[in-house]
Design a protein around this ligand. Structure first.
Ligand SMILES: Nc1ncnc2c1ncn2[C@@H]1O[C@H](COP(=O)(O)OP(=O)(O)OP(=O)(O)O)[C@@H](O)[C@H]1O
Ligand SMILES: [Mg+2]
Length: 277
């Protein structure tokens, strides 16, 4: 009945033509890169996520805001496979069921995650950090000795330019400023060519100038990958969302409001639960 390998599927696209989907790859032919429906997560009876439904369109940069404890980080934990939801549906593209994949498989499929604290190899140069990141888990020390392929070299140069770290390429990562380290870590994630990048409070601890540089970097990444950015810094959110970008407000484990930043800022429930405090 089904001649396809497990995990493989055939689906029609807008032209009505069928196409094969490579197992393990994200199929975004029908819109969302991420689809969450009625996700619930409990910790010892406490509901951190409560029927959370949220979807991100392919190519979108979605900002998520909300008070402390709203469940923003827990939601990212569900997407990356760190936390299993008790209930709900979670799909990456059309075919990848996140509730059935483990963390390495989800990362492998193209989900990159930036944690708050930068984790760069301090003793290595910026260039070497990017080189190591391109090797992934594949015996990274061997990667340093191996001859660089033209393709990897080209990507390192592209990432150096995107992250505006060209001048620091030969500097030790340990010598970088906090903002530069954060950009380097994003660059390391980019070496893996993620399709969905999750950033949890990336501007935390940054100076205004560093925050502006980070906004410029994320703006340049539009078109390279879809992004979900959790952030408390409203000036930063405003810079990323612009007039038309969608902003999701979470509170008490669910989506409280969604719309342009202007619209959610005028939403009574949002003012009451978050912004007006
Ligand atoms: N592993 C865990 N065990 C128990 N409770 C947890 C765990 N992880 C999160 N929680 C609780 O779940 C709720 C949601 O936490 P979460 O970290 O997702 O919120 P957040 O929106 O990211 O908040 P913040 O803005 O402070 O980062 C909080 O009340 C938190 O204490
Ligand atoms: Mg958090």
């Amino acid at each position: 009945m089904n001649a396809l390998a497990p995990g493989q599927s055939v689906s029609g696209d807008a032209t009505g033509m069928s196409h094969f989907v490579v197992p393990g790859a994200i199929d975004t032919s029908h819109g969302p890169i991420l689809y969450l429906e009625n996700i619930s997560v409990s910790f010892d009876g406490f509901r951190a996520l409560h029927d959370l439904s949220l979807s991100i369109q392919t190519g979108e940069l979605r900002c998520i805001i909300g008070p402390n404890g709203a469940g923003k980080t827990t939601m990212m934990d569900v997407v990356t496979g760190k936390t299993r939801p008790d209930a709900g549906v979670a799909f990456l593209g059309q075919t990848l069921d996140l509730t059935r994949l483990d963390e390495p498989a989800i990362a492998q499929a193209g989900v990159g995650r930036k944690f708050q604290k930068p984790t760069v190899f301090e003793q290595h140069t910026v260039w070497e950090n990017l080189e190591l990141a391109s090797a992934g888990d594949k015996r990274w020390f061997a990667a340093l000795r191996a001859a660089l392929t033209g393709e990897v070299r080209r990507r390192i140069e592209e990432v150096l330019s995107l992250t505006h770290l060209e001048a620091q390429a030969a500097s030790q990562a340990g010598q970088l400023s906090h903002g530069q380290k954060q950009r380097l870590e994003i660059g390391m994630l980019l070496m893996q060519q993620p399709q969905l990048l999750l950033l949890d409070e990336p501007a935390a601890g940054m100076t205004d100038e560093e925050t502006a540089q980070l906004a410029t970097l994320l703006d340049k990444l539009r078109g390279h990958c879809s992004m979900m950015v959790v952030e408390h810094d409203m000036a930063f959110v405003a810079a990323l969302a612009g007039d038309a970008g969608r902003v999701t407000v979470m509170a008490e484990g669910r989506v409280l409001a969604e719309g342009t930043l202007d619209a959610v800022q005028r939403d009574e429930r949002v003012i009451e639960s978050y912004l007006g405090r």
